[in-house]
Design a protein around this ligand. Structure first.
Ligand code: ADP
Ligand code: ASP
Ligand code: MG
Length: 412
């Protein structure tokens, strides 16, 4: 008998009809002889609604009470799904994070999973029950409710799959797999049959929201096979696995470019005329990391004037106001000339493991953007990725052009 963790996203549990549909899918897996742990998100739109309520009464809501509020959406959906499974003849029990001792560390609203003690789940499974677990939520060392950042139910699911040593973690969503680009932007995007953890990690962290980045980190660390698939049909989805993982006797095909993605949730912050001295970068970035603000791209320009330099970096848009405020203090402390923030940017990325051994991908990407009159403001590369910051208004055009230039689409 195998153990499957199934995660259903907000759209998949967006109405009572859909919850009944999920109940049927779960029961089908039980009938096929599997033990099943189901992780669910809040019903579609619920978390957004709760965030809006918090923002209506507070200018800085992202603390303890924010998490108490936004975690409540998942309490509704687990109870409804457990009721629906029981009504359909199955045996199910719902669990909140504190009941499975899902402990987190880090700050509220973007806590990280630290540990899970799930004997209660093992007991329920051995009694033939389906465990329905609330995604997105955890509990910190003080026993307070925390949340794992938007899209965090993916991480709950993969972390549970790792803790329970499940055979597979199935992510059921409103697309039938991971595509070569967001199918809502590129009409002829192609479904990827298999993608490596490293590629998926780059794609997720660069804006492909089909999986939360931390869920892929867990999958990579504990080698959990992840199957991203549709909750509306039975089709085979995309497998996120190790590069050398064999399926049907074959390892995955190596391609130079696997996918193109775009992140419009980043803002660019520039510090102008910073004194060019040892220790400056540390003084700039330490207060950001103390607030757990994730800085992505960083560029330090060659000095334009003797002894001064400009420093530009990107942060999530949600943290931009706070980061800008921190930078105003830094400018004053360091005697720099000023701060500029621009939220109207997008980060465009081209990802593929084949880039390790092929050159010319960056040049081709630059050529395509130049041919379309799109200015590149920042560039960064890793072994398997090239990222470029451009004006946000060009983001969809740029994704389509790169997708076409690298011939990623299906023939139309
Ligand atoms: P859920 O509510 O099920 O967690 P999400 O909205 O978080 O679903 O993620 C699914 C969405 O991710 C899709 O509807 C799609 O628009 C978007 N997406 C972005 N990039 C990709 C990609 N490369 N492949 C598939 N989906 C993508
Ligand atoms: N309900 C949460 C959100 O909307 C978590 C999730 O859907 O994964 O972000
Ligand atoms: Mg999601």
């Amino acid at each position: 008998m195998s153990l499957i963790v199934q995660k259903f996203g907000g759209t998949s549990v967006g109405s009572t009809d859909r919850i009944q549909n999920v109940a049927q899918r779960v029961l089908a897996a039980r009938r096929a002889g599997h033990q099943v742990v189901v992780v669910v998100s809040a019903m579609a739109g619920d978390t957004n609604r709760l965030v809006t309520l918090a923002q209506a009464v507070s200018s800085q809501p992202f603390g303890r009470e924010y998490d108490v509020l936004v975690a409540s959406g998942e309490q509704v959906s687990i109870a409804l799904l457990a009721l629906a499974i029981n009504e359909a003849g199955g045996k199910a029990r719902s669990f909140l994070a504190h009941q499975i001792r899902l402990r987190t560390e880090g700050v509220h609203a973007k806590a990280r999973v630290a540990s899970i003690e799930a004997p209660i789940l093992s007991d329920a499974l051995s009694q033939g029950e389906v465990c329905v677990v609330a995604g997105f939520q955890g509990m910190n060392e003080r026993g307070d409710i925390t949340t794992l950042g938007r899209g965090g139910s993916d991480t709950t699911a993969v972390a549970l799959a790792a803790a329970l040593e499940a055979d597979v973690c199935e992510i059921y969503t409103d697309v039938d797999g991971v595509y070569t680009a967001d199918p809502r932007i590129v009409g002829n995007a192609r479904k990827i049959e298999r993608i490596s953890y490293e590629e998926m990690l780059e794609l997720a962290s660069m804006g492909a929201k089909v999986l939360q980045t931390r869920s892929v980190e867990f999958a990579l660390k504990y080698l959990v096979p992840v199957h991203v698939r549709s909750s509306f049909d039975e089709s085979e989805g995309s497998w996120v696995v190790a590069e050398d993982y064999e399926m049907d006797g074959e390892v995955m095909e190596q391609v130079v470019v696997r996918a193109v993605t775009c992140d419009t949730n980043e803002a660019r912050i520039s510090l102008i005329g910073v004194p060019d001295q040892p220790g400056i970068a540390y003084k700039v970035f330490r207060p950001l990391s103390e607030r757990e603000i994730v800085v992505d791209m960083i560029i330090q320009n060659a000095s334009r004037e003797e002894g001064r330099t400009d420093l530009t970096f990107t942060v999530p848009k949600a943290d931009a106001t706070e980061a800008e405020g921190i930078m105003h203090d830094v400018v004053e402390a360091l005697g720099a000339r000023g701060v500029k923030a621009d939220a109207g940017v997008a980060k465009l990325s081209v990802v593929g493991v084949g880039m390790r051994t092929h050159s010319g991908v960056a040049t081709r990407a630059f050529e395509v953007l130049s041919a379309n009159g799109i200015n590149i403001q920042m560039i960064s590369t890793s072994e398997i990725k090239i990222s470029m910051v451009i004006a946000e208004r060009f983001s969809e055009l740029a994704v389509r052009c790169l997708h076409e230039a690298f011939e990623l689409g299906t023939d139309t």
